[in-house]
Write a protein that binds this ligand. Structure first.
Ligand code: FES
Length: 353
């Protein structure tokens, strides 16, 4: 059984298969539906349900409050239709409208950014041009021919990674943190080599750079969350942004910091950029700033009124920083957060934990 989903502003309805969410059906059909986490936690896919019956799987109150649900709002990533439906996504003028591309890429570089983060560069060989907004991510399939090679290996599942490069050009950069025991990142850490093919599908995500904002920018990255924040900060500077840009980069210890020289050089060239690395577990005496990112930004700023904030990294870091920002006056529409959920995190959320 399948249902037709009419999306406001689109001439063609999309078809959702049995058990498929509205968001999944829309993305499969190539509709650039606004989304972020795809797990009911960020609210980026919030939509109005104008007609039809749906069932919502578990989601966080932050993404959709009880009052919003009672007003007929839904999360497209959690909504499974039980009839034909009509939906409209919110913030229609705040959506990155890029076509979904299926790219064939080739690995041109695999480097060690830290002991557990690989910096991977891919050259786009077919399927482009790849338009995206700084801060967005893509679904990446490494070794797509593995199963076909007959080596008895199972195909690696797709994983989401943020582009670390600025939009434009035909080389993509990803920062990939090793998740021990994971299905994909150990392959990237130990086996991936230049010359291999990689498939990339995207772009996705709603925590992208908004160039029309002229107030101060707070950019906060934890670990490999530096990737989308790097793209965002570099894009802002390349577009000639004149406002203060405060970049905070949180890592556990010295060995977890990377691209420090790159950002110090960028700050030397752009007086409006400040770069603040913060270590949460320095493990010994250090000259650096220490503590959690939420503490550092709470100490450095009294009021975030008029700011735009871009955050990316582990969910706990994004959550604690977002709370500080909201308490200090950041308007909700000026907070663009991308929490990096691991597959284990997503499985827990699916179980309602
Ligand atoms: S809540 Fe649906 S994409 Fe994040």
């Amino acid at each position: 059984m399948s249902f037709r989903i009419a999306i406001k502003g689109r001439s063609e309805a999309v078809v959702a298969g049995m058990g498929e969410t509205i968001l999944a059906a829309a993305l499969r059909a190539g509709v650039p539906y606004p989304c972020g986490c795809r797990s009911g936690n960020c609210g980026a896919c919030k939509s109005t349900l104008a007609a039809g019956e749906i069932e919502m799987s578990p989601y966080s109150d932050y993404a959709l409050s009880k009052a919003e649900r009672e007003q007929g709002l839904i999360l497209a990533c959690r909504a499974v239709p039980w009839s034909d439906c009509e939906v409209a996504w919110l913030e229609a003028d705040d959506v990155a409208m890029h076509p979904i591309r299926h790219l064939d890429c080739e690995v041109i570089e695999v480097g060690a950014a830290t002991h557990d983060i690989r910096l991977v560069r891919l050259a786009i060989r077919a399927g482009g041009p790849f338009d995206f907004s700084a801060g967005q991510y893509a679904s990446v399939i490494f070794a797509p021919d593995r199963a076909a090679a007959g080596a008895g290996d199972r195909r690696l599942p797709p994983r989401d990674f943020s582009m670390a490069n600025r939009p434009g050009g035909d080389v993509l950069e990803f920062h990939i943190r090793l998740v021990p025991g994971g299905a994909v990142t150990p392959y990237v850490a130990e086996t991936l080599a230049p010359g291999e093919r990689v498939r990339v599908v995207g772009p996705y995500g709603n925590a992208f750079y908004r160039p029309r904002h002229t107030g101060p920018i707070l950019a906060v990255a934890g670990g490999s969350g530096l990737a989308p924040i790097k793209s965002t900060v570099e894009e802002a500077l390349a577009r000639g942004a004149q406002q203060p840009i405060h970049l905070y980069f949180g890592a556990r210890a010295e060995r977890d910091l990377y691209l420090e020289a790159h950002f110090r050089a960028l700050a030397a060239r752009h007086p409006n950029l400040t770069f603040v690395p913060v270590l949460s577990e320095p493990g010994g005496p250090t000259q650096r700033r220490t503590g959690f990112l939420s503490e550092a930004i709470g100490q450095d700023f009294r009021d975030f009124d008029g700011f735009k904030a871009y955050l990316a990294g582990p969910p706990a870091m994004v959550e604690t920083c977002t709370q500080v920002l909201k308490r200090r006056g950041l308007a909700r529409q000026n907070c663009h957060a991308d929490a990096f959920y691991t597959e284990a995190d997503k499985a827990k959320l699916e179980g309602g934990e």
